[in-house]
Design a binder for this molecule. Structure first.
Ligand code: FNR
Length: 383
């Protein structure tokens, strides 16, 4: 076992352990991957301001997300097919998040169902919903999320049409996967992963299979999904969902100031400034570049969350300084899960937490909630 000291170490181990098809699924962006790349390279352009001779005792990294107390302002983003990176992946990630004291968000496209996760964890989690054409399915999901005691609904708005990821097509990624000779040979090398999968009895894509009209088994899932994302999604449909849900609502996938104003006036509880980790609109600006503009437009009206590109505690602090109230990690926890299961997700959270605490201190701050623009040195052309 290599010594793990940073998120990149978990990524290298994930790459070694998970089948190529699933590692590539996580580690890719749409089309040319420009936005995917810039989500991380833009973070590196922001520099932190060092301060010395400050009392650094009694530091605080705790904050809140939607009023829930969190160990640090970093949640786990919804990630589809998490359970393919590691058997029972959603349950393991949720447990790690709950023990650490940060929110876990279950994707509509998860392998373990909402009921599987609820039955195998202790605390409420958040549920992410995609708006589908079939309103009965959407209503059914909302009712299931309520029954499972989910404490927030994350409505994803940036995936009504699917961005293409070249690697997935080339690897034959579909539900069920295409078992070509290279895929079989690759699986033969990942015996630990195969043993884990052989030991789980859960229904694959349990939120959908057996619950959506026309999806009795896995063979019909890919075609159902491709047709089901509702291209007519508009604010009236979002209002209908808000009514039906009645609880805390987060709108995810806002990357434009005008959309942010509409979302704030609409009365959502939070927005997530996100470009879906560079998996949808290739050519969009990175989330971290758009964040200060959106914060300026609506920061006093609504809680602003941010994701896309966060790989370290330093990145989290940069996002907070540019106007995010809190953040999410997607791939950073997936690397941990694919590398070492639940322990790997815990490791990812510990790494980010430690980096956040140390970096905050070296910037002369004792409380994460005080981290602000005064802690940054921005290049002239950044804003
Ligand atoms: C995602 N994301 C995502 N978002 C969502 O709302 N529902 C989903 O099912 C998925 N599925 C998904 C799968 C994979 C493999 C990835 C990497 C991402 C987007 C996710 O919630 C988040 O916005 C990004 O992951 C953030 O970017 P980073 O942290 O991965 O760079």
């Amino acid at each position: 076992m290599p010594v793990i000291t940073c998120i990149d170490d978990l990524k290298a181990l994930h790459r070694r352990r998970a089948p190529r098809m699933f590692y590539d699924y996580a580690e890719s962006g749409s089309y040319t991957e420009q936005t995917f790349r810039e989500n991380t390279t833009d973070f590196a352009k922001i520099r932190l301001r060092q301060k010395v001779a400050v009392d650094l005792s009694g530091r605080n990294t705790a904050s809140t997300m939607l009023g829930e107390k969190v160990t640090m302002p970093v949640g786990l983003a919804p990630v589809g097919s998490t359970g393919m990176q590691c058997a029972d992946g959603e349950i393991k990630a949720a447990r790690a998040a709950q023990k650490f004291g940060v929110p876990f968000t279950l994707s509509t496209m998860s392998i373990c169902s909402i009921e599987d996760v609820a039955a195998n964890t202790d605390k409420p989690f958040w549920f992410q919903l995609y708006v589908m054409r079939d309103e009965d399915f959407v209503d059914g999901m909302i009712e299931r999320a309520k029954k499972a005691n989910c404490s927030a609904l994350v409505l994803t708005l940036d995936l009504q049409i699917l961005g293409q990821r070249h690697k997935d097509l080339k690897n034959g990624l579909s539900a069920p996967p295409k078992f070509t000779l290279p895929v079989i040979m690759d699986l033969a090398r990942r015996w630990q992963w195969c043993m884990g999968m052989a030991g789980t009895k859960r229904r694959t894509f349990g939120n959908i299979v057996g619950h959506a009209k026309g999806v009795g088994d896995l063979s019909s899932l890919s075609s159902w999904t491709a047709e089901q994302f509702d291209p007519k999604l508009d604010w009236s449909k979002i209002a209908r969902i808000r009514e039906q849900w009645g609880g805390k609502l987060i709108l995810k996938g806002i990357l434009d100031e005008e959309d942010a104003r509409i979302a704030a006036d609409f009365g959502a509880d939070a927005i997530v400034v996100s470009n879906h980790g560079g998996r949808q609109l290739d050519g969009a600006l990175s989330s971290i570049r758009m964040l200060p503009h959106i914060a300026k437009a609506v920061g006093d009206k609504i809680e602003i969350h941010m994701d896309s590109g966060i790989r370290s505690g330093q990145d989290v602090l940069k996002a907070l300084a540019l106007g995010a109230h809190s953040t999410y990690i997607g791939r950073a926890f997936i690397y941990g899960l694919g590398a070492m299961g639940e322990e790997g997700v815990t490791k990812a959270l510990e790494i980010i937490h430690k980096e956040l605490d140390t970096t905050m201190a070296l910037c002369g701050e004792r409380d994460v909630r005080e981290f602000g623009p005064h802690n940054l040195l921005l290049p002239k052309d950044f804003l």
